[in-house]
Design a protein around this ligand. Structure first.
Ligand SMILES: *Cc1c(COP(=O)(O)O)cnc(C)c1O
Length: 446
């Protein structure tokens, strides 16, 4: 019993004009509700309970296609660690993307859908023996070398007769970051330094391993890099390093993998350049640098994760309590760091919108907190919510598709929320809610 709300027939919700924090299909439906892909969010909450995560399938696919269109000659490889389930494996495969994986679990899940291993790239700053075994058994297309100590280890395990293709992850310098956090670079612990010679040493070692074939250089810029010029700068330094490799070793790595890290808008007004803007910066820098060093154009790879899936996801919560104290309003929801550890891990902040009932109440700044009574369990601050907000109301949190459920735990034995796909006016369950029984079954000893 789904009421269909055709995209585009409703009033465009405030803040929904581009660049928006909501999926493109979002419209304000009658009664103050928000409909996504033709499905009212309040119906989702009724049918699947809360907290629940929804994914707008067309939004994921459109974002994947937008990257391919912006860089038609590049390999676009979806970073599985942003969020993976079997449906997403299929969508990514059907849209012609590769898959950047980090763990045995991700490789095994993709394999259940027959995702071709040749289109997988294994990366990771600390690959376990099992991860390497799985990657070599599957025959993943590329392994990204992140430290000296894995070179001989990988080489010794290559089943042969063909050499395993590898890339070297380098730190191109300024603007380099890692992980899934927010903002600029924090650590320099991932990758091999060009400046300090680590990258050079690794290349020499790889070239000394007949079972490894060096096909290119890889880098990963800070998560949420909203300035395309940062990518252009990395391209220039990487091409310069390619020229150095050619000079010193007589080979020219033919591939350049720029990783992911492309910014998305979590809150209205957050800068989030589109694929075309990143592509213009990257291709311009590549043209210039290749001309300067007399190098042929390397084949480009990008590995967007967040920018494909984050804006397609919405987290739906119910309000558990509303506290008005010291001139502030605290709205506690029935989820939090158990389904989204990003705020507690690195201070990420979101926006939220009440959905499901109309209201003429004035808007008032509120703080949205999770249910876990931890200081860091704060989802949104100074977010405008109707003053008549009360327990039982529904809150929708946009830009929730990446690094939330993929990093979710089971704080306080709450169980992880389900994932529901929305497409063509219908909802379907992709991942069911984690039940108490799921948790009890793991508890095997007394
Ligand atoms: C995390 C990661 C990505 C994806 O980053 P996003 O910010 O989700 O785009 C891509 N490549 C590598 C190597 C990563 O570690």
């Amino acid at each position: 019993m789904t009421t269909r709300h055709a995209p585009g027939t409703g009033e465009l919700a405030p803040g929904l004009s581009a660049p928006s924090v909501w999926p493109r299909s979002a419209v304000v439906a009658p009664g103050g509700d928000l409909a996504v892909a033709g499905v009212a969010l309040s119906e989702i909450a009724e049918r699947w309970g809360t907290p629940t995560y929804v994914l707008d399938e067309d939004e994921v696919r459109a974002r994947a296609r937008a990257w391919r269109r912006a860089l038609p000659e590049a390999d676009v490889v979806y970073a599985a660690k942003a969020f993976l389930c079997r449906a997403v494996v299929d969508w990514v495969e059907q849209e012609g993307l590769g898959l950047a994986v980090r763990t045995t679990g991700e490789m095994e899940l993709a394999a259940t859908r027959g995702f071709p291993a040749s289109r997988m790239i294994l990366h990771g700053s600390a690959k376990s023996p099992e991860d390497l075994r799985t990657a070599l058994r599957f025959g993943v297309g590329r392994i990204v070398i992140d430290s000296d100590c894995e070179i001989a280890r990988i080489a010794a395990q290559v089943p042969g007769p063909e050499a395993q293709r590898v890339m070297v992850r380098v730190l191109p310098g300024a603007g380099t970051g890692a992980g899934r956090g927010v903002g600029a670079a924090r650590g320099q612990e991932f990758g091999l330094s060009i400046a300090e010679g680590g990258a050079d040493d690794a290349i020499a070692r790889i070239l000394g391993q007949p079972r490894l074939e060096l096909v290119g250089l890889h880098c990963q810029l800070g998560p949420g890099t909203a300035d395309p010029a940062v990518y252009a700068g990395a391209v220039r330094r990487l091409v310069a390093f390619m020229a150095h490799v050619r000079e010193r070793y007589g080979i020219t790595p033919g591939e350049l993998d720029l990783g992911g890290g492309f910014a998305v808008a979590y809150r209205p007004g957050d800068p989030a350049p589109g694929p075309a803007q990143y592509a213009t910066a990257v291709l311009g820098a590549l043209d210039d640098a290749c001309a300067q060093y007399g190098l042929p154009h390397p084949r480009l790879t990008i590995e967007p994760g967040r920018s494909v899936v984050a804006p397609a996801g919405i987290a739906l919560y119910r309000v558990l309590s509303v506290k008005r104290t010291g001139g502030r309003v605290f709205v506690a929801i029935d989820g939090g760091m158990s389904d989204n550890p990003r705020p507690a891990l690195y201070g990420a902040r979101y926006t939220a919108r009440r959905v499901g009932r109309p209201s003429d109440a004035p808007m008032r700044a509120a703080t949205v907190v999770g249910r876990h009574s931890e200081a860091g369990d704060v989802l949104a601050e100074s977010v405008e919510l109707p003053d008549d907000i009360r327990p039982g109301d529904l809150l929708a949190v946009p830009a929730s598709g990446a690094y939330q459920l993929s990093m979710a735990g089971s704080s306080d034995m709450t169980g992880r929320p389900p994932v529901v796909a929305l497409a063509d006016g219908r909802s379907r369950l992709l991942v069911r809610r984690e039940s108490f029984e799921d948790q009890r079954r793991r508890d095997v000893g007394l």
